[in-house]
Ligand binder design. Sequence first.
Ligand code: NDP
Length: 327
Amino acid sequence: MFKAIFLQKNEQAEFSASLAQLDESQLPGTGDVLVEISHSTLNFKDGLAICNKSPVVRQWPMVAGIDGAGTVLESAHPKFKAGDEVILNGFGVGETHWGCLAEKAKLKGDWLIKRPAGLSAEHAMAIGTAGYTAMLCVMGLEAHGVKPEQGEILVTGATGGVGTVAIALLSKLGFTVVATSGKPEQSQFLKNLGAAEVLDRKTLSEPGKPLQRERWAGVVDCVGSHTLANACAQTKYGGTVTACGLAQGMDLPSSVAPFILRGVTLKGVDSVMAPLAIREEAWRRLAKDLDLNKLSSLSRVLPLQGAIEAAGQIMAGANTGRVVIKM
Ligand code: NDP
């Protein structure tokens, strides 16, 4: 038997999320690697799934948890053997395949990466999909030639999981980071992470003109909607905006003006189906470029039974930093 955050719908299609005891024989037969999960985490998407806020879960019942770190117990996959330390991010786990907010998970070896030396399982889950997505955004800026001497980088949704890790990474890489946040009381926390300035998110969240004063050499946007539109409208000639999130909304009420008049690049970032080589590079970079003391300062550790309440806080926009779940 093992414990898991179990999401179900009954015959009346009423949703419930609970801490359940499940039998190992119930684990999905499609997985070829059995992993003892030591740590998982709560991302925005886990919040959506556990609170049933949007159709993240596409098969019922489901074990939640899009991220996991742990030790291989059994493997029928040639790349892994018992005792290997592994990380799982995304690939539909916790959506269409039973996930990692559980003491055990049966996963596909093609989805797993070996945990880099220098990162503990707790570090890996303090990073989680949110932090690995932040790294993908930073790599997206770099791939488009954004350099520290070109000017300030805007990070929106700054106190969230992606935003906090993005600030820590960018500041360590020598960029000047400007954060936008709806939590003025967290300004000092964001500055301690490496933000040079913190703006009220209202300065970007309302409808704005298609072209505005040029300020940003690059952007990491976690928020979408008017915020992303305004960020594009304020990006300098030739700059790059990485878009990974939708905390404000899925819409993009923008115009083509920043792209056709200022040569701005809008670079989409997806972590879920990112190819293995890109994931491995992102994790290699995280092990090298993330200050682990800063990572500790932005994460808190909860037991599995705390996951449902913490998911509600994420959905209320009341979360700061990263939540690690220790089995
Ligand atoms: P969090 O919940 O940790 O943080 C989101 C942050 O966005 C909040 O802390 C808040 O920051 C800000 N925010 C919340 N509500 C609003 C609002 N209505 N308007 C403007 N800002 C708001 O989420 P994550 O950091 O984990 O994820 C951020 C986004 O990125 C999410 O939309 C998530 O779905 C997406 N994502 C996408 C991935 C991909 O593969 N593309 C992978 C991971 C995440 P503050 O109070 O500081 O403004």
